[in-house]
Design a protein. Structure first.
Lengths: 155, 525
């Protein structure tokens, strides 16, 4: 697998949701490359460059992680916690996109340092609007973390 | 039958029992000689006919000669008195015998007169006094009997005790209550019915009253402990009243055994405890069942959301990409599918809101309703730009409530008003505050299609709808959510409506005092 050009890591176990999200991004021509992983363990392997993703390098992180909360093996909150606890991955913007409306999920996500929390709209047009907004913001408007943000050098 | 004291003009009926015709005539002469004496004298000359006569019509007084041919001396008196004990007898005899006089008077004769030693006025006076005295005595006896009967029939024990603490009177009920027959306690100290540890108190109370006349504690119903003959102590309710009688104090006690009542009270207390425990138990069970149901509803509606989102999303993508190429019929079906998915989306959202309201802890704080309603109205106006709706917002109070829940509540009521005024050219929706039966209430009134009050009880049930969903879309969950919120706050809600004449919803916003079983039951409802 190529280590270059991954703009969005989509962590989503439901294939329908994967397709819908990809469809929305494609419709808006926002992401050149979306990598999909189907559970929390795979997400951690990807982000921490291990297992099937051992060939990846911490120097080339995805520009954005878009993650559901309910995931097989390791749930989204735990993935978030580990990513934000490690200096090598902490700077990666993580957006939780979930159908959960539990207040406790929101509280825990922000507690572990989520960058954005989005409740999936039921209506597809609304969903598309949300995807467009967040894509525009995180991929175009927002200044991405410089390389040194991942190594801690120069702080 | 004894006639009452002779009224003026009615002669006193005298039966003269006298064998000597001369003496009889003399007596009649004596009576006739007295001015104003009105007597009717009837005479018999022997005992037997006298007794026969006395068994007949009553007489007022008997003038009796003790020496008769068929009876002598005391025997004569005894025979007559025995037969008519209530008829006054004046003994009239030829010889003066002080012993005999004393004896018959002692036994009930009214007077003892010696012939020849009594003149007309004295005889007349004796007759009149005898009749009067007898009348008074009978009246007194009748009165005594009446009181005796009353005390005997009383369901309360009635006891009198004198200043020395000696029992004077003891009615039949007292015998039952204390186990002592009157004969065994009358004349004895009242200690007999007072438990030893209370005797000193009783004595000092008695002494205190006699010394000071202080009636504190007297004449009032008090509960004390009494002592039964068998040694058992039992609760009584007693009223002690001091009575001043012939220069001495008597204390009259009316009392009753309240063992049964006490037991009843204890039983009621016990049953109440059992009931409370059971209510608490059921309440807990019900709350648990409700929580389970909430959890189930929540997870079902939550889990339904994802597949539903997929259906609606792919239908949307399908429509976006292929609608133009579809046959009209296929487009129609597509619209139906989209409608169905959208409705189900609303349903699931409403169900989620309902369960969230139920799960949510009440966080009460003073909330000004005016800005809250204004905010909701602004949002609703944005959705209804095509319609002509007149909003009338009256002054609203600051209410102690959970502001998030209050917003859900008012949003539901106001969007209902918006929804059900849709057929109106000019819709009027009014929000205000008024007083209903002394309670401040908030009301939301509209001039919409209203509903039939016959079905008002179904208004707040889940999935209960008053109108076909084709006419007014809706989930049938909105008012159920409203009711949850109302119950959570301990308030009340009701509606008044008429078909085609609009509807008004009222709710109170002052929680009643908590602590009753009812309010606890309501919390889990």
């Amino acid at each position: 697998m190529s280590n270059t050009g991954v703009e969005i890591l989509l962590v989503e176990d439901n294939s329908a949701d994967v397709e819908l999200t990809q469809h929305a991004f494609e419709a808006e021509h926002l992401a050149n490359r979306i990598e999909v992983v189907r559970d929390g363990k795979e997400a951690l392997d990807f982000l921490f460059c291990r297992g099937d993703y051992a060939h990846r390098s911490f120097e080339r992180p995805p520009r954005l992680v878009l993650m559901d909360l309910q995931l097989p093996k390791v749930d989204g909150i735990e993935v978030l916690r580990q990513v934000k606890a490690d200096a090598r991955t902490r700077a990666i913007p993580v957006i939780i996109m979930t159908s959960s409306t539990e207040e406790s999920d929101l509280v825990r996500s922000y507690h572990y340092g989520v960058n954005s929390y989005i409740q999936k709209p039921v209506d597809f047009h609304d969903f598309q609007k949300v995807v467009k907004t967040l894509g525009l913001y995180w991929l175009l408007v927002n200044a991405p973390p410089p390389e040194r943000a991942f190594t801690g050098a120069g702080m | 039958m004894i006639r009452s004291s002779a009224p003026d003009g009615v002669p006193i009926h005298v039966l003269l029992i006298e064998d000597n015709a001369g003496d009889a005539r003399l007596i009649l002469e004596l009576l006739r000689s007295v001015t104003g004496a009105r007597v009717a004298v009837e005479r018999v000359d022997r005992l037997e006919p006298a007794l026969a006569r006395l068994r007949g019509a009553p007489v007022d007084v008997v003038l009796l000669d003790l020496a008769l041919p068929d009876s002598q001396d005391h025997e004569t008196f005894a025979a007559v008195h025995h037969l008519v004990p209530d008829v006054p007898i004046i003994v009239l005899t030829g010889m003066k015998d002080e012993n005999m006089a004393a004896r018959v008077v002692h036994e009930g004769a009214q007077d003892y007169l010696v012939k020849g030693q009594v003149d007309g006025p004295a005889l007349w006076r004796s007759i009149r006094y005898a009749v009067e005295r007898q009348h008074t005595r009978l009246a007194l006896r009748s009165s005594e009997r009446k009181w005796h009967a009353i005390l005997g029939a009383a369901l309360d024990a009635v006891i009198t005790v004198d200043a020395a603490g000696t029992i004077r009177d003891w009615n039949p009920r007292a015998e039952v209550v204390f186990g002592w027959p009157a004969g065994e306690v009358v004349g004895k100290p009242a200690d007999a019915v007072i438990p030893p540890e209370h005797r000193a108190t009783y004595r000092s109370a008695l002494a205190h009253f006699l010394a000071t006349g202080d009636t504190t504690g007297l004449g009032k119903r008090v509960e004390l402990t009494a002592l039964h003959r068998d040694g058992r102590e039992f609760p009584i309710e007693v009223t002690v009243t001091p009575i001043r009688l012939d220069e001495e104090w008597l204390f009259c006690a009316f009392l009753r055994d309240i063992t049964d009542r006490r037991q009843g009270e204890h039983e009621i207390d016990r049953l109440n405890e059992v009931l409370e425990a059971r209510v608490a138990e059921r309440t807990t069970a019900l709350a648990a069942a409700n929580r389970e149901l909430e959890a189930f509803t929540y997870s079902v509606s939550h889990d339904l959301r994802a597949p539903l989102r997929h259906v609606s999303s792919f239908v949307r993508i399908f429509a976006d990409e292929f609608r133009e190429t579809l046959a009209p019929k296929a487009r129609h079906y597509l619209t139906r599918i989209e409608d169905g998915a959208r409705r189900m989306g609303h349903l699931v959202d409403a169900l989620l809101m309902l369960t969230r309201v139920a799960k949510q802890d009440l966080q009460t704080r003073a909330t000004a309703l005016t800005p809250l309603v204004e905010r909701i109205v602004i949002a609703l106006k944005a959705d209804t730009t095509q319609r002509r709706i007149e909003w009338r917002l009256g002054p609203l109070p600051v209410v102690a409530c959970d502001p998030r829940l209050m917003e859900v509540l008012l949003t539901n009521l106001l969007s209902n008003a918006v929804k059900f005024t849709r057929p109106r050219e000019h819709a009027v929706i009014e929000v205000g505050q008024k007083t209903c039966d002394g309670d401040s209430v908030i009301f939301v009134r509209d001039n919409g299609v209203g509903f039939d009050m016959q079905y008002a009880d179904k208004l707040f049930g889940v999935f209960q709808r008053q109108h076909p969903s084709e006419d007014f879309d809706g989930t049938g969950i909105g008012l159920a959510t409203v009711l949850r919120i109302i119950h959570k706050h301990g308030w009340r809600i009701w509606a008044e409506a008429e078909v085609d004449r609009g509807a008004t919803f009222f709710f109170t916003h002052n929680a009643p005092a908590i602590g009753s079983v009812v309010s606890r039951a309501q919390e889990v409802a």
